[in-house]
Write a protein that binds this ligand. Structure first.
Ligand code: HEM
Ligand SMILES: *[C@@H]1O[C@H](CO)[C@@H](O)[C@H](O)[C@H]1NC(C)=O
Ligand SMILES: *[C@@H]1O[C@H](CO)[C@@H](O)[C@H](O)[C@H]1NC(C)=O
Ligand SMILES: *[C@@H]1O[C@H](CO)[C@@H](O)[C@H](O)[C@H]1NC(C)=O
Length: 339
């Protein structure tokens, strides 16, 4: 990994601290590309709308990319990088392998932007704009995003493995994880409401259907009718790649997710735990289940906070979201995208 001058290759926590003085945190602003790439946000929105027309789920998959990008060393497009012979990227990290998807939608937006104004719009910004558009297109709230992020030169599978939460996580572990990034209990619950859209695999829930916490029994916090439906979708020993909607209305962004949690119809353990295991998160789940506007307002706040987590290390504007500029694999990778 290339370090800026003056940085010592210590552990990541120290690195961030030592480099901060050198690589000033970038100031993000609304309309950042107004002069350098007018229409940039329209191009992203049109790409996301086309993707949705091809496959309704794709917008949820794109929205999830913001979470997996921003939580691992800030919103720096690192999640988009392919592995290279010398770098294990984040795509095959525990939470991402066989699961994160729709990278080609980001590629499509990037290609259109490179044609329109080459070398200007970062992949990290595309992800954040695309996530907002995904929410709007599925019926959720709209908001302005501040832009001006840079793309990282590297990605880290190890950091992703260490940071990203498991679907088995309980509320107290999730509260702690979010607090590490200055995200509150309300942010945690609101952002989990992103599971109002999209699907998850049986792989992510079979443990809670058949062997919750090694008990040999299902999670007791499940409505019986709902559990029967999940047992049918995900039979013991069945195909764990089969997917199911994460709430009762998986292509509409609404507060159904919270109504489902109150009704013990959460899909993931990490969803149901927010209602069933912790008084602080339960209070917020209840509130959002009764007040969609309150959910939307808190969601926007949370997305903005999460979307402004920065990587303090100096980056670049990648030409191809999958590879660092000038990398030996850049040429090969851009051909792969064209196929
Ligand atoms: C709170 C901790 C969270 C956990 C433990 C978690 C875990 C998961 C898991 C396990 C899946 C399904 C993966 C699979 O089976 O392939 C999933 C899907 C998804 N997650 Fe999360 N998630 C969390 C928070 C978030 C946040 C903060 C966002 C975005 C703001 C988000 C957005 C999504 C979306 C949209 C999907 C569906 C993606 C698709 O259909 O392709 N999640 N999440
Ligand atoms: C939550 O999960 C953490 C980490 O896996 C574990 O140490 C803790 O005991 C769990 N807490 C509860 C209340 O189950
Ligand atoms: C959280 O906030 C503290 C105090 O404002 C700040 O020093 C720290 O860098 C923040 N952490 C992150 C990950 O943004
Ligand atoms: C359930 O989980 C426990 C602990 O993780 C494990 O020892 C046990 O073999 C599992 N049982 C089944 C039926 O998979």
């Amino acid at each position: 990994m290339a370090l800026p001058r003056g940085c010592l290759p210590l552990v990541a926590v120290f690195l961030a601290t030592i480099c901060r003085a050198e690589a000033a945190v970038r100031e993000l602003k609304v309309g950042y590309y107004a002069e350098t790439c007018p229409g940039a946000e329209d191009i992203v929105r049109e790409t996301i709308a086309r993707a949705r027309a091809r496959e309704a789920r794709s917008v949820a998959s794109v929205m999830r990319l913001q979470f997996h990008d921003c939580f691992v060393n800030g919103c720096d497009g690192s999640v988009l990088m392919d592995d290279t012979p010398t770098m294990l990227g984040e795509k095959e990290a525990l939470s991402n392998i066989n699961s994160l998807r729709s990278f080609e939608v980001i590629d499509e937006a990037k290609e259109a932007l490179e044609e329109h104004c080459p070398g200007v719009v970062s992949c990290a910004d595309i992800v954040v704009v695309a996530a907002r558009d995904a929410v709007v297109l599925t019926g959720g709230p709209n908001w302005e995003v501040r832009l001006g992020r840079e793309d990282s030169l590297t990605a880290s599978q190890e950091d992703s493995d260490n940071i990203m939460p498991s679907p088995r996580a309980n509320a107290s572990a999730l509260i702690r994880l979010f607090a590490n990034l200055n995200l509150t209990v309300t942010d945690l619950v609101a952002l989990s409401g992103s599971h109002s859209i999209g699907e998850a695999r049986c792989f992510s829930i079979v443990f809670r259907l058949y062997n919750q916490s090694g008990s040999g029994r299902p999670d007791p916090n499940m409505d019986a009718t709902y559990r029967n439906a999940l047992d049918t979708l995900c039979p013991r020993g069945g195909d764990e790649e089969v997917t199911g909607g994460m709430d009762a209305t998986p292509v509409i962004f609404d507060n159904q997710y919270f109504k489902d949690l109150v009704g013990l119809r959460g899909f993931l353990n990490s969803d149901q735990t927010l209602f069933s295991d912790n008084a602080r998160t339960r209070r917020v789940v209840k509130q959002f289940s009764e007040d969609q506007d309150a959910f939307f307002r808190a969601f926007v706040k949370g997305m903005i906070k999460m979307g402004e987590l920065q990587n303090p290390v100096k980056g670049e504007i990648r030409h191809n979201c999958r590879v660092a500029n000038g990398s030996p694999t850049e040429v090969v990778a851009s051909h792969a995208v064209d196929l």
